[in-house]
Design a protein around this ligand. Structure first.
Ligand code: HEC
Length: 113
Protein backbone atom coordinates (compact mmCIF):
# COMPACT_ATOMS: atom_id res chain seq x y z
CA UNK A 1 0.00 0.00 0.00
CA UNK A 2 2.70 2.47 1.04
CA UNK A 3 4.77 1.50 -1.95
CA UNK A 4 1.81 2.18 -4.25
CA UNK A 5 1.23 5.57 -2.68
CA UNK A 6 4.89 6.44 -3.11
CA UNK A 7 4.80 5.36 -6.74
CA UNK A 8 1.69 7.45 -7.31
CA UNK A 9 3.26 10.47 -5.64
CA UNK A 10 6.32 10.07 -7.85
CA UNK A 11 4.17 9.77 -10.97
CA UNK A 12 2.12 12.86 -10.14
CA UNK A 13 5.34 14.69 -9.27
CA UNK A 14 6.85 13.92 -12.67
CA UNK A 15 3.66 14.89 -14.50
CA UNK A 16 3.34 18.24 -12.75
CA UNK A 17 7.03 19.15 -12.94
CA UNK A 18 6.90 21.43 -16.00
CA UNK A 19 3.87 23.31 -14.67
CA UNK A 20 5.46 23.64 -11.26
CA UNK A 21 8.71 25.02 -12.65
CA UNK A 22 6.82 27.79 -14.44
CA UNK A 23 8.54 30.01 -16.97
CA UNK A 24 12.31 29.39 -17.06
CA UNK A 25 13.06 33.05 -17.74
CA UNK A 26 10.90 34.12 -14.82
CA UNK A 27 12.72 31.70 -12.51
CA UNK A 28 16.07 33.12 -13.59
CA UNK A 29 14.89 36.71 -13.12
CA UNK A 30 13.46 35.91 -9.70
CA UNK A 31 16.65 34.13 -8.65
CA UNK A 32 19.44 36.35 -9.98
CA UNK A 33 18.10 39.70 -11.14
CA UNK A 34 15.27 40.89 -8.91
CA UNK A 35 17.40 41.96 -5.97
CA UNK A 36 18.83 44.80 -8.05
CA UNK A 37 16.27 45.31 -10.82
CA UNK A 38 13.25 44.79 -8.54
CA UNK A 39 10.73 41.96 -8.48
CA UNK A 40 8.20 44.30 -10.15
CA UNK A 41 10.80 45.87 -12.45
CA UNK A 42 11.35 48.99 -10.31
CA UNK A 43 15.05 49.03 -9.48
CA UNK A 44 16.33 49.19 -5.93
CA UNK A 45 18.45 52.25 -6.76
CA UNK A 46 16.54 54.35 -9.31
CA UNK A 47 18.63 56.09 -11.99
CA UNK A 48 21.62 53.88 -11.15
CA UNK A 49 20.09 50.48 -11.84
CA UNK A 50 17.68 50.43 -14.81
CA UNK A 51 13.97 50.00 -13.99
CA UNK A 52 12.59 47.73 -16.70
CA UNK A 53 9.05 48.59 -15.60
CA UNK A 54 9.78 52.15 -16.78
CA UNK A 55 11.18 50.79 -20.00
CA UNK A 56 14.71 51.86 -19.14
CA UNK A 57 17.31 50.39 -21.55
CA UNK A 58 14.62 48.37 -23.29
CA UNK A 59 15.02 50.49 -26.41
CA UNK A 60 18.22 48.50 -26.99
CA UNK A 61 17.94 45.55 -29.37
CA UNK A 62 17.99 42.06 -27.88
CA UNK A 63 21.56 41.39 -29.00
CA UNK A 64 22.81 44.39 -27.05
CA UNK A 65 20.92 43.33 -23.95
CA UNK A 66 22.40 39.87 -24.42
CA UNK A 67 25.91 41.33 -24.70
CA UNK A 68 25.47 43.39 -21.52
CA UNK A 69 24.05 40.49 -19.51
CA UNK A 70 26.69 38.06 -20.79
CA UNK A 71 29.73 40.29 -20.25
CA UNK A 72 28.45 42.73 -17.63
CA UNK A 73 28.95 46.49 -17.97
CA UNK A 74 31.11 49.00 -16.16
CA UNK A 75 28.17 51.29 -15.51
CA UNK A 76 28.36 54.95 -14.60
CA UNK A 77 27.92 54.41 -10.86
CA UNK A 78 27.51 50.68 -10.27
CA UNK A 79 28.62 47.86 -12.55
CA UNK A 80 26.24 45.27 -13.90
CA UNK A 81 27.73 41.86 -13.09
CA UNK A 82 28.65 39.46 -15.92
CA UNK A 83 26.51 36.33 -16.03
CA UNK A 84 28.43 34.15 -18.50
CA UNK A 85 29.88 32.04 -15.69
CA UNK A 86 26.51 31.44 -14.07
CA UNK A 87 24.01 31.28 -16.93
CA UNK A 88 24.04 29.46 -20.25
CA UNK A 89 23.41 31.34 -23.50
CA UNK A 90 19.95 29.77 -23.62
CA UNK A 91 19.21 30.97 -20.09
CA UNK A 92 20.21 34.53 -20.97
CA UNK A 93 17.79 34.46 -23.95
CA UNK A 94 15.10 33.06 -21.66
CA UNK A 95 15.51 35.90 -19.17
CA UNK A 96 15.52 38.46 -22.02
CA UNK A 97 12.25 36.96 -23.29
CA UNK A 98 10.82 37.22 -19.76
CA UNK A 99 11.91 40.88 -19.43
CA UNK A 100 10.41 41.71 -22.84
CA UNK A 101 7.16 39.87 -22.18
CA UNK A 102 6.74 41.35 -18.71
CA UNK A 103 8.13 44.88 -18.97
CA UNK A 104 8.76 45.45 -22.67
CA UNK A 105 5.28 46.71 -23.31
CA UNK A 106 5.68 49.48 -20.69
CA UNK A 107 8.58 50.90 -22.60
CA UNK A 108 7.84 54.20 -24.31
CA UNK A 109 10.27 53.19 -27.05
CA UNK A 110 8.36 49.96 -27.47
CA UNK A 111 5.10 51.88 -27.82
CA UNK A 112 6.57 54.02 -30.58
CA UNK A 113 7.83 51.02 -32.50
C1 HEC B 1 24.26 43.69 -8.33
C2 HEC B 1 23.11 44.30 -8.95
C3 HEC B 1 22.61 43.71 -10.27
C4 HEC B 1 22.16 42.45 -10.53
C5 HEC B 1 22.09 41.29 -9.56
C6 HEC B 1 21.74 42.43 -11.91
N1 HEC B 1 21.94 43.66 -12.48
FE1 HEC B 1 21.47 44.18 -14.37
N2 HEC B 1 22.27 46.02 -14.05
C7 HEC B 1 22.79 46.48 -12.85
C8 HEC B 1 23.29 47.84 -13.03
C9 HEC B 1 23.93 48.71 -11.96
C10 HEC B 1 23.06 48.17 -14.37
C11 HEC B 1 23.40 49.48 -15.08
C12 HEC B 1 24.81 49.38 -15.57
C13 HEC B 1 25.11 50.43 -16.59
O1 HEC B 1 24.71 51.58 -16.42
O2 HEC B 1 25.74 50.07 -17.60
C14 HEC B 1 22.40 47.01 -14.97
C15 HEC B 1 21.99 46.95 -16.31
C16 HEC B 1 21.29 45.92 -16.87
C17 HEC B 1 20.78 45.90 -18.23
C18 HEC B 1 20.93 47.00 -19.25
C19 HEC B 1 22.26 46.82 -19.95
C20 HEC B 1 22.49 47.86 -20.99
O3 HEC B 1 23.12 47.53 -22.01
O4 HEC B 1 22.10 49.02 -20.82
C21 HEC B 1 20.15 44.70 -18.40
C22 HEC B 1 19.45 44.21 -19.66
C23 HEC B 1 20.28 43.97 -17.17
N3 HEC B 1 20.97 44.74 -16.26
C24 HEC B 1 19.77 42.70 -16.96
C25 HEC B 1 20.03 41.95 -15.82
C26 HEC B 1 19.66 40.57 -15.70
C27 HEC B 1 18.95 39.75 -16.76
C28 HEC B 1 20.08 40.17 -14.47
C29 HEC B 1 19.96 38.80 -13.85
C30 HEC B 1 20.55 37.70 -14.62
C31 HEC B 1 20.68 41.32 -13.82
N4 HEC B 1 20.64 42.38 -14.68
C32 HEC B 1 21.21 41.33 -12.54
C33 HEC B 1 22.83 45.78 -11.68
C34 HEC B 1 22.48 44.47 -11.51
Amino acid sequence: MLKRLLLMALFVGILSFPAYGGDAGEDIYKTYCWNCHGIDGFAEIPDVIPSFAKGERLYKPDVMLFYSIWNGTKGRVLPMPAWKDRLSEEEVWQVIRYIRATFGRHSTQEAVR
